[in-house]
Design a protein around this ligand. Structure first.
Ligand SMILES: [Zn+2]
Length: 198
C-alpha cells in the first residue's frame, strides 16, 4: 500500500506543503532575540506528515541573552546556536529522514555538516549568492557543495514562494537576501570592500 503522505509524482502537493513549512519557519524566526538575523528552522517527517522539531537562533538555555551580548557581533557569534542546530538537538534521532526548512539565512557550513550527519534528506532554504566577497555567502556555498556530495537534496526558496505567503516584496527580498542591509558587519572574514584596501 502506498503512503498517502508521499509527494512522489505530486509536485503540486509538495509545493503547497513546502510553502506552509516555509511560512512556519518564517514565523518561528521572529521569536529570535537576535537584532540582526532572525532565522527559523522546521524539521518535518514527510512520510508521517509530522513536524518533528522547530528552532530559532539564540543563546543556550539559561545563558543570558542580554542586549549587550547580542549587540557585540563577535561575542554573539561565539555564544549563539543557529536555528538548524536548535531544531536538530530538539529532534534527536527523529531528525533522520526529515526535510529541513530554514528561513532567514542560507544554511552555513557547520549546520550543513550537522544536517548531513543527522540523516536529514532534503533542505529547503535560501540560496547563497555566488560571486560576492561575503563570508556567509562563502560558507553557504560550501554548505551546498557538502549537501550535494552527501546526496542531501537542496531546494532553494524562491521569491514566488515567499510572496505566496503574503510577505511583501521588501520582506521577501530581505528573507532571500538577509545580508544586504548588514553586509559590512558580517564580512569580518572576507575581503575588504572596494576602495578600502591598503
Ligand atoms: Zn548555521
Amino acid at each position: 500500500m502506498t503512503n498517502p503522505n508521499t509527494f512522489e509524482g505530486r509536485p503540486e502537493k509538495m509545493a503547497r506543503w513546502d510553502a506552509r513549512y516555509i511560512g512556519l519557519a518564517h514565523h518561528i524566526a521572529q521569536w529570535s532575540k537576535d537584532p540582526r538575523a532572525k532565522v527559523g528552522a522546521v524539521l518535518v517527517n514527510q512520510a508521517q506528515a509530522r513536524i518533528v522539531a522547530t528552532g530559532f537562533n539564540g543563546f543556550p538555555s539559561n545563558v543570558e541573552d542580554s542586549a549587550e551580548r547580542l549587540e557585540n557581533k563577535a561575542r554573539k557569534l561565539q555564544m549563539i546556536l543557529h536555528a538548524e542546530q536548535n531544531a536538530l538537538l530538539h529532534a534527536g534521532h527523529d531528525a533522520r529522514g526529515c526535510d529541513a526548512y530554514v528561513v532567514g539565512k542560507p544554511v552555513c557550513n557547520v549546520c550543513a555538516t550537522l544536517l548531513i550527519q543527522s540523516g536529514v534528506r532534503r533542505v529547503v532554504a535560501a540560496a547563497p549568492r555566488e560571486g560576492t566577497s561575503s563570508y556567509w555567502d562563502g560558507v553557504g556555498l560550501l554548505a551546498i557543495e557538502m549537501l550535494r556530495e552527501a546526496n542531501v537534496e537542496f531546494a532553494p526558496i524562491t521569491e514566488a514562494q515567499m510572496q505566496v505567503l503574503g510577505l511583501d516584496a521588501v520582506e521577501a527580498r530581505r528573507s532571500l537576501d538577509p545580508f544586504a542591509a548588514h553586509q559590512a558587519e558580517f564580512d569580518f572574514g572576507g575581503a575588504p570592500p572596494a576602495g578600502e584596501e591598503g
